[in-house]
Write a protein that binds this ligand. Sequence first.
Ligand code: G4F
Length: 343
Amino acid sequence: MKKAIVTGVTGQVGSYMVEFLLKFTNVEVYGAIRRLSVPNHQHIEHLKSNPKFHLVEMDLGDEHSINACIEEIKPDYFINFAANSFVGLSWKMPVNHFQNNTMGVLHQLESIRKHCPKCRYYNAGSSEEFGDVIYSPQDLEHPSRPRSPYGASKVAARQIVKVWRDSYDLFAVQGYLFNHESERRGEEFVTRKITKGIAKIKQAIESGNGFEPIELGNLEAQRDWSHAEDFVRAVWLMLKEDKPKDYLLASGETHSVKEFVDLAFKYAEIKEAEYHWTGSGEEEVLYFKDKPVVKVNPKFYRPAEVELLLGDPSEAQKDLNWEKSVSFDSLVRRMITNDIEQL
Ligand code: G4F
């Protein structure tokens, strides 16, 4: 049986990747996890009894642990979803982002080159690499203009993937992943922060209790949001291509943070709902009757913002025969419904 190492399996997209591989392929999956004092296995708990799934320990910041896993398992596929993925934090911990997101990739590729050069390697790239975009929709030709240490770390990783592919004839690719969300999204990202916050507000309103408004940063930022589960099939298809080639995965639609808020309130179906926005910029507030439910707090602004992302997925659609299955509308509905149910 072929073997795949998948990193980042305790996170959102890594856990969907493992589910996909166990369900649709005959590959033995080694989920690489980083030891934490409090284990965060909630997204993979249901997979642990599967005989084709094993957990191994690997830390992107520890070259020895990367090399030891690859040398022992000698995987046929290596899918790297582990990363420091929160853009907002990357200004506060820039070195850490380069160590994990860039040097971690270099160590993985070096180890693969030495121990299993036929292994097919995928690294998760990002639309943050496009940064302050110069045209829309962004495609594979769009230049790299990152705006954050996170974006720069992914651009640097992309160059490493290319150099190792060209120099050592490795099958190594880095897809461009636009924003991908789900019911498993971390609560520091704007979509989940909104849906979780609205679920709590709904509960408070309907039980007659008080509540604090949700505080957000840039409401005008526009993102190309998809459901994370939609991307994992495309990642697998990239690894099954005849030749290594990078692809861009996106929904092909862009929406503002404010639109996301409006839609999430709509699907929250709060009784006697009656909303109105007032003010603009830092003064912008969304009211439910006379109570603020969303307000702007500049502390969530970024030192340099990516204002607009919109991807052109046509090459992935054509070559990989891939299509998204979850619309923006359903994505928002699923996330808010899940958060209401969880409460
Ligand atoms: O949800 P976000 O933090 O995601 P961001 O920065 O777009 O990055 C995500 O997508 C990338 C792909 O494009 C990935 F590579 C990356 O790993 C991650 O998954 O922020 C989205 C937008 C930003 O413009 C941000 O400024 O929402 C804006 N925003 C407004 N208020 C906020 C908030 N973001 C966060 N996290 N929290 C806020 O309160």
